[in-house]
Design a protein around this ligand. Structure first.
Ligand SMILES: Cc1cc2nc3c(=O)[nH]c(=O)nc-3n(C[C@H](O)[C@H](O)[C@H](O)COP(=O)(O)OP(=O)(O)OC[C@H]3O[C@@H](n4cnc5c(N)ncnc54)[C@H](O)[C@@H]3O)c2cc1C
Length: 533
């Protein structure tokens, strides 16, 4: 089989299929190559407001009405109940001391809840990737992309203006002749291997490992009496990305509406911190690493008492990865192929979607030649800068996992940047929020950088207190969500009043914000009580 294409995309995860769909809408001949076959297990499931906004923008810009419902829980459930997913109302964090049952007081010293939505209808989602990715690849095929699954391709051969990919599909040779190659094959993927791209260890984050699978019968954390009262909290804690944090790592728990729960741990490698779990490198099996870890976290152990894995364990070590090269004359890695930092704060989807937008712009607006090469260099620069900003923040969080108040303060940098960026974009003022995590903002970007560097030095005493004060100071001009209101005791609901009171920070009027809240369904009445007990 010989195929001629304008763009070949390697990897049919959600990113490759979205790229294919948008390119087809612009009339490009697209071939999408996948080594596996859908439906298949994939990790990376928890979405965010920014990721959802980027999906909406993609849908609107490329006339992809079929993907827009996936940007909100309510529209997804109404239009595509056949695609499994989970409700994500926010980020829930519980901080554990190894060997002790989880306990908390009325001030929520050992927890943090940040709502992303005021009610379920416009809630975010967890994507059950076997269904979600299958649906997208079908859409890409319906839109006219040539989809080749079960396909193993060899090294690409680069000619002056074309690239040839040869491979085998179900025993038959295939050859693809393409003008541009997009690598959407995930970390340590196709081009990184084929071109032997340099990927040195990360700079700020210590080496980490990931261990994860899908389970059934995971108890709801909010169904248990674990010492913290759950009434009055901003949303049911399990309808969220649930984080159990402890020195040296953390566990995620993401519930889908089909009885499956995704859970796993990201752990610092090397000698276990505090000696409370064995390192996988010490020769334990994947299941025994997980069991050891849970034994050290009695309340989490209770949550998983009846849980049963329904997919083989996946062990990823090292977990993080970053290529130093992202593109060439006629090829580019998507951000998810260029790097993965950590699941903490669910940064993978927005980074990938931002990259998809940027790369589509390049392919759409610059013909092959010098102009496109310059645009690709810019794509590379921004992609790497965003990965670096993410790594610095995540590394600062890892360095603070034994200091709960500082860890919480650092996460507020993320929440301030995320809420401000989303509001600015939705108000049609994206220029107010440059760069992922506002890293390219002259004030916030500088403060984010220095606060993270200072946290990495593990400050104690006065230096640490000064850091907390400086984080608050950095957040203040961008806080549109009441994040500095200490009376909330680390439970932050999503309130329209906060955005209204901060409209001036977004260089907008109160009526602009009122109109925005109505347009986004923020003021839609909740159909069920905010908290289910
Ligand atoms: C443990 C973990 C948890 C994460 N959790 C989150 C999260 O909660 N939220 C979030 O936003 N991000 C998360 N991420 C990041 C997230 O996984 C990625 O951003 C996302 O999966 C990227 O999607 P993708 O389609 O680009 O790549 P993938 O989902 O990795 O898909 C790549 C596809 O390419 C195919 N492929 C690979 N090699 C080849 C080849 N040589 N030829 C052909 N096909 C190939 C694969 O089979 C696969 O189908 C997480 C990452 C990890 C490691």
């Amino acid at each position: 089989m010989r195929i001629e294409a304008d763009v070949a995309i390697v990897g049919a995860g959600f990113a490759g299929s979205l790229m294919a769909l948008a390119l087809r809408q612009r009339g490009h001949r697209v071939v999408l190559v996948e080594r596996g076959r859908h439906p298949r297990f994939a990790i990376g499931e928890s979405s965010t407001p920014l990721a959802n906004l980027l999906i909406e923008e993609l849908a609107d810009k490329y006339d992809l009405a079929q993907i827009r419902p996936f940007s909100k829980w309510g529209s997804w459930q109404r239009s595509r109940p056949d695609v499994a997913g989970g409700l994500k109302r926010g980020f829930s964090f519980y901080f554990h001391r190894p060997g002790e049952a989880f306990e908390d007081d009325d001030h929520h010293g050992q927890q943090l809840m940040v709502a992303a939505s005021p009610h379920d209808e416009i809630g975010d989602t967890h994507w059950y990737r076997p269904d979600f990715d299958l649906n997208l690849v079908r859409e890409a095929e319906s839109a006219g992309a040539i989809y080749l699954d079960d396909t193993a391709i060899d090294r690409p051969v680069f000619d002056v203006a074309r690239i040839t990919l040869s491979g085998i599909r179900r025993g038959d040779p295939i050859e693809i002749d393409t003008g541009f190659l997009v690598d959407a094959s995930g970390p340590r993927g196709f081009l990184v291997r084929a071109l032997n791209l340099h990927a040195p260890p990360l700079r700020w984050l210590p080496p980490t490992q990931g261990i994860y699978t899908h389970f059934e019968n995971v108890a709801r954390w909010d169904s248990r009496d674990v010492g913290a009262p759950f009434h009055d909290c901003p949303y049911p804690p399990d309808d969220a990305a649930l984080h159990h944090v402890f020195p040296g790592g953390w566990i995620w728990v993401l519930r889908f509406n089909n009885g499956i729960t995704s859970a796993g741990a990201a752990l610092v490698m090397g000698p276990p911190q505090g000696g409370h779990y064995r390192s996988f490198s010490e020769g334990g099996s994947r299941a025994s690493l997980w069991d050891d870890l849970l034994k050290s976290l009695p309340s989490v152990n209770d949550q998983f008492a009846n849980a049963r894995p329904v997919h083989p364990w996946v062990h990823s070590a090292p977990l993080a990865f970053r290529s130093t090269k992202v593109c060439g004359t006629n090829w580019a890695l998507l951000p998810s192929a260029a790097g993965v930092i950590d699941p903490l704060l669910s940064t993978g989807f927005p980074l990938t979607l931002l990259g998809i937008h940027r790369l589509l712009d390049v392919l759409d607006t610059t013909p092959a030649g010098a102009g496109r090469e310059a645009a690709l260099r810019d794509y590379e620069r921004v992609t790497l800068a965003e990965l670096d900003a993410t790594e610095r923040l995540v590394a600062a969080l890892y360095a603070s996992m034994d200091d709960v108040p500082l860890f919480k303060r650092l996460t507020l940098l993320y929440f301030a940047a995320a809420t401000f960026s989303e509001a600015a974009r939705r108000l049609g003022r994206p220029e107010l929020a440059p760069g992922f995590l506002l890293h390219a903002h002259p004030d916030f970007g500088r403060d984010l950088h220095t606060c993270c560097e200072r946290a990495l030095a593990k400050p104690r005493g006065r230096a640490r207190d000064e850091l907390c004060t400086d984080i608050d100071r950095a957040i203040e001009p961008f806080d549109v969500a009441g994040l500095l209101d200490r009376s909330r005791a680390d439970w932050y609901p999503a309130r329209g009043e906060d955005l209204l009171a901060s409209s001036w920070k977004l260089q907008s009027t109160a009526s602009d914000v009122t109109e925005l809240l109505a347009r986004c369904g923020f003021t839609h009445r909740a159909e069920r009580p905010a908290v289910r007990l």
